[in-house]
Design a protein around this ligand. Sequence first.
Ligand SMILES: Nc1ncnc2c1ncn2[C@@H]1O[C@H](COP(=O)(O)OP(=O)(O)OP(=O)(O)O)[C@@H](O)[C@H]1O
Length: 277
Amino acid sequence: MTNAIEVRGLTKRYGDVQAVAGLDLDIRQGEVFAILGPNGAGKSTTVEILEGYRSRDSGEVSVLGVDPARPTRQWRSRVGIVLQTANDAAELTVRETVRHFAGYYPNPHDPDEVIERVGLTAKAGKRVRQLSGGQRRRVDVALGIVGSPELLFLDEPTTGFDPEARRQFWELIEGLAHDGTTIVLTTHYLDEAEALADRVAVVARGRIVAEGTPATLGGREAAKARVTWADGSVETDTPTRTVLELSRRFGGEVPGLTVTRPTLEDIYLRLIEPSAN
Ligand SMILES: Nc1ncnc2c1ncn2[C@@H]1O[C@H](COP(=O)(O)OP(=O)(O)OP(=O)(O)O)[C@@H](O)[C@H]1O
């Protein structure tokens, strides 16, 4: 399978701060890839370099076969971007804004379909200025997808969304992924990464410290299970055996029984501990 993105040995320094410190990354065509990591880890810097909006100090970068340090107009039209901060043409209506942006692209989607897809049909005639924060964010997403990009970058896309809007947004992303769009998203929501991503990478101190599917990241699938009951708790590789023993001891139902494995968040927090790598 072809890679949509290939990065080797990427570095970027701002004065004393080594924001990106030798980062390698492969993102396959058609996959949803989530980049996780604490504040200041180097995620936005990396993504902005991939988008062609920030220069790098060293390393090899290929995005849809092009070096983003030398972007062409044609390449730009294949890449959709949803930035962290909204670029508001606040006096225009939602429909005018989306139509306006559609005009920049050679093969845009129908603006009204895009507005429908982001759930703003009822607000299409409203000025962007009059929308709530979460609704404006949906306008940003609409502008990111109106050019029918092959590759879509989403930087913390659901910050400020209410739970229902997040679920709707997830469905939108699943639909785009289903249509074959490669999607790269940064997020601080581990449940979002788990719901959407085929693979995730954890960035800490400018490097990737772990990479894998949400189910297997950091050895998650092999991690011990915790069996807890009314008056006890153990960590074990063989939770079924533990439950059978408990059942025998209690003569049937085990009071207060739960069996849990580490969540993606548990694994993530372990991975970003300074002592972990
Ligand atoms: N334009 C800049 N000038 C100087 N330092 C910068 C600049 N942009 C980022 N940095 C620094 O580089 C480091 C990485 O920042 P970056 O924004 O890439 O992190 P991030 O992982 O995206 O964080 P967040 O989760 O908070 O968005 C930080 O220490 C930040 O302060």
